[in-house]
Design a protein around this ligand. Structure first.
Ligand SMILES: Cc1cc2nc3c(=O)[nH]c(=O)nc-3n(C[C@H](O)[C@H](O)[C@H](O)COP(=O)(O)O)c2cc1C
Length: 297
């Protein structure tokens, strides 16, 4: 039997639709001893291989072309080229222009499944997802956020400022977004969902211990990288939080303890987002070793 490459636990119905699996075969080991009766453990050589299941009726005996992870004892010399995983993280860009073509449903399910395996503090898994693929709904949400932003930017500063200024003055706002907003061409509606055909709202379960926002960032990043590997473009949408000033949370079925804090647009990229590369800062890294400290950049 081929070595298992991925171990995935998911609902049988979900697995069937992701992997086009109709019948459990020798390599898909179902076990009745799980806590969740409707769940199975699937051991599979690779996603590509299991996709062939429907056609072949069985998992073919193939090996992954290239192992994604080298062995720990295979040291690489300094200055070696970036590997595939590193390159993916370096090359991913926010995509703000999409083709009209909808993302296949099973792609979205794969992305959600990768998200589900994310790290979280105390393994709280403080998230759940809302997927919106209805163009009218996305347009309506877009309009609401745009109108609200327009209202906020045209309001006199005293109305925007907090009524009761806090005694403790925090640090001044981060300079980069302020500069970007100041440089935005006047009168141009800010694009919110960028015409993407699919929007995922990773909701934050506010009961998560520690800082569930961090867990949400991890789950979102993992899903974004999954989408990237599938040839899709994505963009985080912090502006989505403005939807909380409307009945959209109810319309999307969001209730306590879940909170709408971010959205992620997903679609096939139109153009090449690499052209939108934005400068990266080299922040100081404090490095402690052998009783000494040095600064690295
Ligand atoms: C939490 C978060 C919220 C963001 N919100 C928005 C947004 O509302 N609209 C947008 O166009 N980009 C948004 N971005 C994308 C950032 O502008 C982008 O990641 C940054 O400029 C770096 O560019 P890159 O992603 O292409 O490397 C957001 C990114 C993060 C991480």
């Amino acid at each position: 039997m081929a070595k298992p490459w991925i171990v995935s636990r998911c609902g049988w119905e979900l697995a069937k639709s992701i992997f086009s699996v109709e019948t459990p075969s020798a390599q898909i080991l179902a076990t009745a001893t799980l806590r969740q009766p409707a769940s199975y453990y699937f051991l599979m050589e690779s996603i590509g291989m299991t996709n062939q299941l429907a056609a072949d009726g069985a998992v073919p005996e193939t090996k992954s072309e290239k192992p994604i992870r080298r062995k720990a004892n295979q040291l690489i010399p300094e200055g070696s080229p970036w590997n595939e995983v590193e390159e993916a993280f370096l090359k991913r860009r926010s995509v703000r222009k999409y083709k009209r073509k909808q993302v296949p449903e099973h792609y979205v399910k794969r992305i959600l499944e990768v998200g589900r395996y994310s790290a979280s503090q105390g393994n709280c898994q403080p998230w759940r997802f809302v997927v919106v693929r209805d163009r009218d709904m996305i347009s309506e949400m877009e309009l609401f956020v745009q109108n609200t932003l327009a209202m906020m930017s045209s309001a006199p500063p005293e109305e925007v400022a907090s009524e009761e200024p806090s005694e403790q003055q925090g640090p001044p706002p981060h300079p980069i977004p302020i500069k970007l907003l100041q440089e935005a061409p006047p009168g141009m509606g800010i694009k919110v969902f960028h015409g993407a055909p699919t929007v995922i709202f990773p909701l934050m379960d506010s009961r998560g211990i520690g800082h569930p926002e961090i867990d949400l960032g991890i789950v979102g990043t993992n899903m974004i990288m999954s989408a990237y590997s599938l040839g899709l473009g994505t963009c985080w949408v912090g502006f989505a939080e403005i939807l909380n000033f409307s009945d959209w949370p109810q319309r999307l079925g969001i209730e306590e303890p879940y909170k709408l804090v971010e959205a992620i647009t997903i679609g096939f990229e139109a153009g090449d987002a690499q052209h939108n590369f934005v400068q990266r800062e080299t922040h100081r890294t404090a490095w402690f070793e052998n009783g000494e400290q040095r600064d690295m950049y």
